[in-house]
Ligand binder design. Structure first.
Ligand SMILES: Nc1nc2c(ncn2[C@@H]2O[C@H](COP(=O)(O)OP(=O)(O)O)[C@@H](O)[C@H]2O)c(=O)[nH]1
Ligand SMILES: [Mg+2]
Length: 320
């Protein structure tokens, strides 16, 4: 799923101005194509009707796109549905989209109505009056969706920062305390493919990498965070938790025995991750700078854990 391509939503003034500019270009064309012999009333009517048509199709074209382009939240994969629930005011978003559709309908109505009124009139001054009235109506409809437009734009910006995760792929999440070596492991496992994001060693967003073997593709996600209560989590921790819960088929849990975090705490987090009821493989990082004895002892003490060895990359990839 990819939210990068959502079109920017502008202010209500912007749509009005663009529509007016387009209308002007078009009516200038029409004006110069009319014969000089055409009676003034007919000329004026033709021009103003053309103006209405351009304004109508321009604004409604934009608004249609906004509504069609917006994700339908009920149909999103569970991960994004939950993420949206936690990060957006979904009810307001739905109402705002409804507001844009309402504006579209209203604009259509006014355009039809004023086109007919202008066609019918035989009075030159009335043509201009009707046109001004029409513009006033359209301006007022746009004003009425001012808040809706800006809410949809704010929401779009939030969604733009969502990670791009392929929810349909077999997925492994890498979990563990900060600084234990999760991102390093992700890089080690997926460095052979160019799709790993270049901003490694950051916890600002989820890192995603892919492992390919013939037809099979596995997605690996670096999921930083310590599984706090949801209201205590920051944005990336929420994403990490949701990825583990809704996207992961299995999890690699990274232990770091270099005492950065007490091993007791790391085991506690491990147990919390286990509650997600997914297969968990454990990986011991930084064994290159650890006493072999310490490593062996830890493994002995925690026999129930399913340890992975990175030395045996082949084995690991087979498991993946
Ligand atoms: N010696 C050694 N250092 C490592 C290893 N894995 C990670 N590190 C270092 O530990 C620090 C934290 O690693 P990082 O992958 O960013 O941890 P993360 O916060 O869990 O993603 C970095 O300075 C890494 O260079 C390892 O296997 N051996
Ligand atoms: Mg990291």
């Amino acid at each position: 799923m990819n939210f990068q391509g959502l079109i920017k939503i502008e202010s209500h003034d912007w749509y009005f101005d663009v529509a007016m500019k387009k209308a002007k270009t078009k009516t200038d064309e029409v004006r110069s194509s009319l014969r000089s012999k055409t009676p003034r009333l007919n000329k004026s009517k033709t021009i103003e009707i053309e103006k209405i048509r351009v304004i109508d199709s321009t604004i409604r074209g934009f608004f249609d796109k906004i509504v069609k382009n917006y994700p339908s939240f009920d149909e999103l994969p569970e991960f994004y549905k939950q993420l949206a629930k936690l990060t957006l005011e979904l009810e307001l978003v739905k109402k705002s989209l409804g507001g844009i559709s309402w504006a579209n309908k209203k604009i259509r109505e006014f355009s039809k109505k004023y086109e007919i009124l202008i066609k019918k009139t035989q009075d030159l001054t009335k043509v201009n009056r009707l046109r001004n009235e029409y513009l006033g109506r359209i301006g007022s409809v746009l004003k009425q969706v001012k808040k809706e437009l800006s809410l949809l734009e704010e929401t779009r910006k939030t969604m733009k920062a969502y990670p791009t995760i392929k929810t349909e792929l077999k997925t492994l999440c890498i979990a563990g305390f900060p600084n234990v070596g999760k991102s390093t492991l992700l890089a080690k496992l997926t460095s052979s493919t160019p799709e790993i994001n270049t901003y490694a060693f950051t916890t600002k967003r989820l890192l995603v990498g892919y492992l390919k073997k013939s037809y099979h593709k596995v997605q690996l996600i670096d999921t930083p965070g310590t599984l706090n209560r949801v209201d205590k989590m920051n944005e990336v921790e929420i994403q990490a938790y949701l990825a583990m819960r809704y996207v992961a088929d299995s999890i690699i849990y990274v232990f770091d025995l270099t005492e950065e975090y007490p091993i007791k705490e790391q085991l506690k987090l491990y147990k919390n991750v286990k509650k997600l009821r997914k297969p968990i493989f454990c990986y011991l990082s930084k064994t290159d700078i650890l006493d072999k004895e310490l490593v062996d002892e830890f493994k002995k003490e925690n026999k129930e854990l399913d340890f992975l060895s990175l030395e045996d990359l082949k084995e690991l990839k087979k498991i993946l």
